[in-house]
Ligand binder design. Structure first.
Ligand code: SF4
Ligand SMILES: [Zn+2]
Length: 320
């Protein structure tokens, strides 16, 4: 797909807005964590996430800040397997693992195929392994990795928005059709996939943000996606801060995330999660934020609607 020269939202502009990367060490993942997640079979289980340190993603999406913890060049041969081995020695025993690499697992310059065999042998005690990928990098390579793995492989991909014009402006360099084709390829080969969906990307009002997040969930499930995660969009990567200043972007309110999660769970089409990371950024009320975060967390885990306690900020919302 061609660049967004008509809108000015090009790789060049996005890169020019960036600040400095964080200092990372190619011998270690830049993070690891254990979370609880509801599995497709309905159990609530621990899932470990390893954030691998590797070469920056070749795509430059408008809203992405994952480049901050990446290297400019490919990491040395064997480094990714070494990072996984090291992280596994730090993590408790869990059955499920996400290997997130701030880009695409199937990007050869990030994770070379030569490493798949050793990676697969390190993962043989897991039940599920989830990797992330840009939809355009889904091909036979995924199957070659899957064929080496003992655990079930699942793939997480950013749909971001089913609004074609917004998707184009996000500089994702893919269409909704590309996304659909990648999900079909994975499904036909018995690989389950999950979608990342943005809540209120730039250029949308609050109500349009809700509308398009819901349509994006609809679209994702219609393609065969098994699970959706809704991510409220934030500033902080340079380009988004510029759009914020120009009035072309505002972060969504936590109440919109609540509405979208309620909608998604109500569809009963598959699991729908709200990303609960740093939700304080999306609320102006210190009285109810902790309750709202724990309610969203419970809804993620149980995939059931919970009543939200009323707060004085509900009244303020109505007045303003
Ligand atoms: S494809 Fe993913 S990791 Fe790469 S720039 Fe886009 S959002 Fe970021
Ligand atoms: Zn409140």
């Amino acid at each position: 797909m061609s660049e967004n020269t008509d809108t000015g939202l090009t790789d060049g502009w996005i890169l020019s807005c960036r600040g400095k990367k964080n200092s990372v060490d190619h011998r270690k993942p830049y993070g690891w964590v254990v979370e609880k997640e509801r599995t497709a079979s309905g159990r609530i289980e621990d899932i470990a996430i390893i954030f691998l340190t590797n070469r920056e993603c070749p795509f430059h999406c408008l809203m992405c800040d994952l480049w901050k913890n990446t290297t400019d060049e490919s990491v040395p041969a064997g480094a990714i397997s070494d990072q996984i081995e090291w992280a596994l020695s730090q993590l408790p025993d869990v059955k499920h693992l996400k290997l997130y690499n701030s880009g695409s697992f199937f990007d050869e310059r990030a994770i070379p195929e030569k490493e798949y065999k050793r990676i697969a042998s390190l993962l043989e005690n897991y039940e599920t392994v989830i990797v992330e990928s840009h939809p355009r990098l889904i091909n036979e390579k995924c199957l070659r990795f899957r064929n080496l793995l003992k655990p079930e492989l699942q793939v997480a991909m950013g749909l971001e928005s089913a609004n074609p014009e917004i998707l184009r402006k996000l500089n994702k360099k893919m269409t909704t059709e590309d996304f659909k084709n990648s999900v079909s390829f994975l499904t036909q080969n018995g690989i389950r996939s999950r979608a990342f969906i943005l809540l209120r990307p730039p250029f949308l009002s609050e109500s349009e943000g809700i509308y398009w997040a819901e349509r994006s969930i609809d679209y994702a499930f219609s393609t065969g996606i098994e699970c959706c995660t809704v991510i409220p969009v934030r500033a902080g990567n340079g380009a988004m801060d510029q759009l914020l200043e120009k009035g072309l972007f505002s972060p969504p309110d936590i109440s919109s995330l609540e509405s979208v999660l309620e909608y998604g769970i109500g569809l009963n089409s598959g699991r729908v999660f709200a990303d609960t990371w740093d939700l304080h950024l999306f609320s102006g009320c210190s009285k109810c934020i902790d309750h709202r975060i724990s309610r969203l967390t419970e809804m993620n885990l149980h995939q059931k609607f919970n009543i939200r306690e009323k707060c004085s900020c509900d009244l303020t919302d109505k007045i303003t």
